[in-house]
Write a protein that binds this ligand. Structure first.
Ligand SMILES: [Ca+2]
Length: 580
C-alpha cells in the first residue's frame, strides 16, 4: 500500500508544522530537487525574431521590436534592453456571436536572460495584453523582466473589458484555462528559437484573477510550471462574484438613497462608518500581537475577540458617523460571515475583521476609474458593474440575453438562488459549468506538482473584500492534509486590501524566495515587506496612516505563524518582530 503509506507520512509530518517553516522541506518523502537555471544571451537583433518565429503552430507574429534600456522602469529602476514580440493565436470567427476572437499576447525577452520563463497572469476578466513586465507582490519592487526572466502576458482569448465574450463558449473556456494550454508551448518554443535553448525553469505568477490562473496552472499544467506564485487567488471566482452581488442586495436594504449607482450603494455603510468599524477592530485587536502599531497581526485571536454587536457603538438615534444602526450591523454580520442562499447555504466564504476595511473612498476616481483595493470599489462599484456582467454573461449557463441585459437591473433584482445555481449548470452550447472552467480541479490535491519538485507560494491581504483570505486559508489547510505542505507556503498580509493598498506593508518580493526554493531547495521562512510611504519608487500607497514611518517594515509570516513584537526595538522595523 505505498500510496497509503505516503499519505500517512505526510500527515505525520504536519504535526511538526512549526518546524516546517524554517527547515528545508520537512516532509519525510524526499522532495525532488530541480536544477538551477543558467543564463544565456539573445542572439541576433530583435527584428530578426519575426522570421525566426515563422511557422509557430496556430500563431501569427505581429511585431518584433527592440525596447531600449530605460524605456520602462520598474520600482524606479530602468529595465534593461529587451525584445518585445507581439502576436495572436488561434484567430477565428465565432459561429455563436459572429465576432472575431484570438489569444493576443506579448513576450518580452531580455538580452541578458536568466534562463527562466515567467507566465504573467493578469487580473479582472482579462481582455487586455498588459505589458509583460512581471510586476509582482503588492506594490511591486522591480518585476520579473527586470530580473532577467523572459515574460509572457496575454488577453486570455478575448479583447476588451466587456463581459460580452461570455456569449462565445470557446472564449469562456480560453479565459478559464485553455488559453494557458495554448500559450505555454508557443512561449517555450519562442524562447528556444530566441536563445538557442528552451527555459530551464518555468514560473507562473499573478494576483487576483492572475492568482486564479496561477492556481489553475498548478493543477492542470503541473508538468509545465516549476514554481507558482499566486496572490489573492480568486480560485473560486464565480462564487466570489455571486456572493458579492448577494452582499450588494443586503447593502441595498440599508442605503439611504434609492440605488442607481455605486455612490448610492455606498450610503449603506459610508466611508466614515467603514472607518469607524476599522478603528474599532484595531482598538480591540491591535495589541494582541504585542505591539500597538495599527496592524492586527494575530488574525485568529482578533476574530475570537472582536464582536461587531458589542465593540462598535449602536445608534440610538439617527446615523451620524459615530455609530452603526442595528440594521447596518445585521447586514455587515451577514457579509462578513458569508452571504447565503435563501436556504442558508453559504455562497462563497467568510471574511475576517481587520484594520483595512476603512481604506479608500466611495466613487473617488483614481487614474480615470474608481479603482481601489478596498470595500468602496469592490463591494459598491464592482458589484453593480463588474460582477453583474461577469455572473450574467460569463458564469451563468445559459448566459443572459445580450439584447436585454442591464447590469444594474440584473445586480439589484436577479434571483440570488437562481444565480447561485447557474454557475454550476451547463446548458446546450455551454457544456462546461463556470465552476469547472474557472477553477483549479481538485485544488488541494497537488501531488503531481509536489512530486516532481514544484513549489507554490500564495499571499493574500487580510482586508481583501472581494476574494477572502479565509478562502485561501481553507485551501491551505486542505492542501496540507491532502498533499502535505512541504512544497507550499501561505502568507497573510495584515491590513492589505485586494492585491495591494490598505494600511499595510504591501511591497515585497516573493519571486526570489520562490526561485531559491525551486532551484536550490531553500524553503522560505519570513519575508520582509515594506510600506510604500513618501518617496517610494514603486508608487506611494495613499492608504498609509499618517503616524507610520514611510519605510516601515514587517515580516510576512508563513501561515499559521504571526509576526509578534519581541518586546524591544523600534515599531517601524521588521527586526523588532519575529514569526511565532
Ligand atoms: Ca499590532
Amino acid at each position: 500500500m505505498p500510496t497509503l503509506m505516503k499519505r500517512a507520512t505526510r500527515v505525520g509530518a504536519l504535526s511538526a508544522l512549526a518546524a516546517l517553516s524554517t527547515a528545508c522541506g520537512g516532509g519525510t518523502d524526499p522532495l525532488p530537487q530541480l536544477g538551477a537555471a543558467t543564463p544565456a544571451s539573445l542572439s541576433g537583433a530583435c527584428d530578426q525574431l519575426s522570421s525566426a518565429l515563422a511557422g509557430l503552430p496556430n500563431t501569427q507574429i505581429t511585431l518584433a521590436e527592440t525596447v531600449a534600456a530605460g524605456t520602462l522602469a520598474q520600482g524606479g529602476q530602468p529595465v534593461a534592453e529587451h525584445c518585445r514580440v507581439t502576436g495572436k493565436m488561434h484567430e477565428r470567427v465565432s459561429a455563436v456571436d459572429g465576432n472575431t476572437y484570438a489569444i493576443g499576447f506579448e513576450m518580452r525577452l531580455p538580452k541578458a536572460w536568466n534562463g527562466r520563463f515567467l507566465h504573467q497572469g493578469n487580473g479582472g476578466i482579462d481582455g487586455a495584453v498588459l505589458p509583460a513586465v512581471g510586476a509582482l507582490g503588492g506594490g511591486p519592487l522591480t518585476g520579473a523582466l527586470h530580473q532577467g526572466f523572459a515574460v509572457l502576458s496575454s488577453d486570455a482569448g478575448h479583447s476588451g473589458s466587456a463581459p460580452t465574450f461570455g456569449i462565445d463558449p470557446q472564449a469562456r473556456l480560453d479565459y478559464g484555462y485553455q488559453a494557458v494550454a495554448k500559450l505555454t508551448p508557443m512561449a517555450k518554443e519562442t524562447i528556444k528559437r530566441a536563445y538557442g535553448k528552451g527555459p530551464d525553469r518555468s514560473y507562473f505568477a499573478g494576483c487576483s484573477n492572475g492568482g486564479r490562473h496561477a492556481m489553475v496552472a498548478a493543477t492542470r499544467y503541473h508538468a509545465d510550471y516549476d514554481g507558482i506564485l499566486a496572490g489573492a487567488p480568486g480560485y473560486n471566482l464565480p462564487k466570489a462574484a455571486t456572493a458579492n452581488l448577494a452582499a450588494a442586495r443586503l447593502y441595498q436594504t440599508v442605503a439611504t438613497t434609492p440605488v442607481n449607482n455605486q455612490i448610492d450603494l455606498a450610503t449603506a455603510v459610508t466611508d466614515t462608518e467603514r472607518q469607524l468599524l476599522a478603528s474599532r477592530v484595531v482598538a480591540k485587536c491591535d495589541a494582541l500581537d504585542g505591539a500597538t502599531d495599527g496592524l492586527v497581526q494575530d488574525v485568529a485571536a482578533c476574530q475570537a475577540s472582536f464582536k461587531l454587536a458589542d465593540d462598535v457603538p449602536t445608534c440610538s438615534g439617527a446615523r451620524d458617523g459615530t455609530c452603526l444602526s442595528t440594521a447596518q450591523k445585521s447586514v455587515l454580520a451577514q457579509v462578513f460571515s458569508g452571504t447565503t442562499t435563501s436556504k442558508g447555504e453559504r455562497i462563497y466564504a467568510s471574511f475576517p475583521f481587520d484594520g483595512g476595511f476603512g481604506a479608500g473612498k466611495a466613487g473617488v476616481p483614481s487614474g480615470g476609474s474608481p479603482v481601489g483595493s478596498g470595500i468602496a470599489f469592490w463591494e459598491y462599484f464592482a458589484a453593480l458593474n463588474l460582477d453583474a456582467g461577469a455572473t450574467g454573461l460569463i458564469f451563468g449557463s445559459p448566459p443572459q440575453s445580450l439584447a436585454t441585459f442591464n447590469p444594474l437591473s440584473f445586480a439589484l433584482t436577479t434571483d440570488i438562488d437562481a444565480l447561485n445555481a447557474s454557475m454550476y449548470a451547463t446548458s446546450g452550447l455551454y457544456s462546461e459549468a463556470a465552476m469547472s472552467f474557472m477553477t483549479p480541479p481538485k485544488p488541494t490535491q497537488m501531488q503531481a506538482l509536489r512530486d516532481r519538485g514544484g513549489k507554490i507560494m500564495v499571499y493574500h491581504g487580510v482586508s481583501d473584500s472581494i476574494f477572502s483570505v479565509n478562502d485561501t486559508e481553507t485551501w491551505f489547510k486542505g492542501v496540507s492534509s491532502d498533499t502535505g505542505n512541504d512544497f507550499a507556503r501561505f502568507y497573510r498580509v495584515p491590513g492589505m486590501g485586494h492585491c495591494s493598498g490598505g494600511p499595510a506593508t504591501d511591497q515585497f518580493d516573493m519571486l526570489t524566495p520562490l526561485v531559491n526554493w525551486v532551484e536550490k531547495g531553500q524553503a522560505p521562512a519570513d519575508i520582509v515587506a515594506s510600506a510604500r510611504g513618501a518617496g517610494n519608487p514603486g508608487g506611494v500607497n495613499g492608504d498609509l496612516p499618517a503616524g507610520w514611518a514611510a519605510d516601515r517594515t514587517r515580516p510576512l509570516c508563513p501561515y499559521p505563524q504571526v509576526a509578534r513584537y519581541k518586546g524591544t526595538g523600534s515599531l517601524e522595523l521588521a527586526s523588532s518582530f519575529s514569526c511565532r
